[in-house]
Write a protein that binds this ligand. Structure first.
Ligand SMILES: [Zn+2]
Length: 447
């Protein structure tokens, strides 16, 4: 717990909340300290809370007007100079692209150093509006607001990409930031801070592992492996050392590439189709270097994936066509993981494996095309908070680097890449009887 969160590096704070009074319940003591310290605080109010009244005859417009007036007064008392009302319908907020775009626009306009919002991953938290706003705010911060290829029309209107340094989530289960009682009385408010998202999330120390760390993961029962990832290079960062071992052991490996990473350029004038074409060829080269037999491009739009039935149908089709024993994908359950595409692919793939691909009444049209239902035995999630399988990649680490080097458009001059990846691989393998590892969380299904 850091008792003093007010860095001199941060001048602008933006609070994004679902209902009037959420920001006061969650952070008013802190806001009072921020404004007293001369920081600029903006409250973005997603709904005006029109439904939050116990009288069935109340006029929602009137309720919203009253609550907006109340929030203005609360903000005045706290020294907040600006409140922005988005006026989404109360009770109907979804973490969709529309809300993400709106929040991204406000981030680019106000350029906050810190965004304060609802914790979107607090388990058992009731209130989908809070969750939706927390998620949309996180996804607006990263990568949408700082990547010029997201919603480029905003740039043409004069807005510039902006990097927010920290997200503070109030209502967190495991807060790691709190404000002291002094010098202004506040209610010991606490958040989980996502930290500087530019830094990779902390890897768990060896003590955090549960279950056994197996150096030999390649059961003879499993011959077909399918990797489902959001962007070209995700599979290499997550699993290239393992893939090199799998192909060397004669296993069949297929990479299903959901987007072609068309927004993966810092250049606002880049052509997304051209970026995507470059990245597809980079991935093909990386796959060749790893001995991967097949890469399938689904060519969904980069940055716009949602865990919907449409995407699930595509993944189910891949599973029924390729019949993998093991599927490797993003961990969608890792708390505070930024990047909605990763979350969407991990979640949809999970739901595609069980029960959708297995049960013939899901997407029966595929059966008429000759695609049989299929039972996958295991899902391996990379990027897990608490992995339970570590694969020994000591002998294939150099091939992982070689494969990553194929992604020229993403890694630049690759300065420090080898050392950085080696350091992480070493941390992952801590406590194992080998030097370098890749870690996964494994979920097994009955077949
Ligand atoms: Zn990615």
């Amino acid at each position: 717990m850091r008792p003093e969160p007010f860095s001199n590096d941060y001048q602008r704070y933006m609070i994004v909340v679902a209902h009037p009074d959420d920001s006061e319940f969650g952070a008013a003591g802190t806001v009072a300290r921020l404004t007293a310290a001369g920081k600029q605080v903006t409250i973005v109010q997603v709904t005006s809370g029109a439904q939050s009244i116990p009288y069935p005859d109340a006029n929602p417009h009137r309720v919203a007007a009253v609550r907006e007036g109340e929030l203005r007064e609360a903000a005045r008392r706290l020294g907040v100079r600006e409140v922005v009302f988005l006026r989404y319908p109360d009770g109907e907020v979804k973490p969709d692209l529309g809300l993400r775009e709106k929040l991204m626009e406000l981030i680019q306009l106000h350029q906050p150093d810190v965004v304060i919002t609802h914790d979107p991953v607090r388990p058992y938290a009731l209130g989908h509006g809070h969750r939706a706003v927390g998620l949309a705010a996180s996804d607006a911060v990263h990568p949408a607001a700082h990547n010029p290829l997201y919603f480029p029309e905003h740039l043409r209107e004069g807005l510039a990409p902006h990097k927010t340094t920290e997200i503070w989530c109030f209502g967190a289960e495991h807060p790691d930031v709190e404000t002291p009682q002094r010098p202004i009385r506040c209610d010991n408010e606490r958040w989980h801070s996502m930290g500087r998202w530019l830094r990779r999330a902390e890897l768990p120390d060896a003590g955090a592992y549960e279950g056994t760390m197996t150096p030999e993961p390649f059961s003879n029962d499993f011959q077909r492996y399918m990797i489902v990832v959001a962007h070209p290079d995700d599979s290499e960062f997550g699993a290239a050392g393992t893939v090199a071992r799998l192909t060397a052991a004669g296993k069949q490996v297929t990479i299903v590439q959901v987007t072609s990473g068309g927004k993966g350029s810092p250049n606002p004038d880049a052509n997304s189709n051209q970026v995507a074409a470059t990245r597809e060829s980079e991935l093909r080269e990386a796959a060749r270097r790893l001995g991967v037999q097949e890469v399938v491009f689904l060519r969904c739009t980069d940055g716009e994936l949602t865990p919907d039935l449409n995407l699930r149908e595509k993944i189910v089709r891949m599973i029924r066509a390729h019949k993998p024993d093991v599927i490797v994908t993003h961990d969608p359950f890792r708390p505070y993981a930024l990047h909605a595409d990763h979350r969407a692919v991990g979640l949809v793939t999970t739901d595609a494996v069980y029960p959708t691909a297995r049960d013939p009444l899901y997407f029966p049209g595929q059966l008429r095309e000759g695609l049989e239902p299929h039972k996958t035995a295991e899902i391996w999630y990379f990027g897990a908070e608490r992995p339970d399988k570590v694969i020994d990649i000591t002998d294939t680490f150099d091939r992982k680097i070689d494969a990553l080097m194929a992604h020229k458009s993403q890694i630049g001059d690759a300065e420090g890449l080898d050392e950085r990846m080696r350091e992480r691989a070493r941390e992952v393998a801590e406590g194992c009887d080998f030097e370098l590892g890749e870690a996964f969380k494994v979920v097994q299904m009955r077949r």
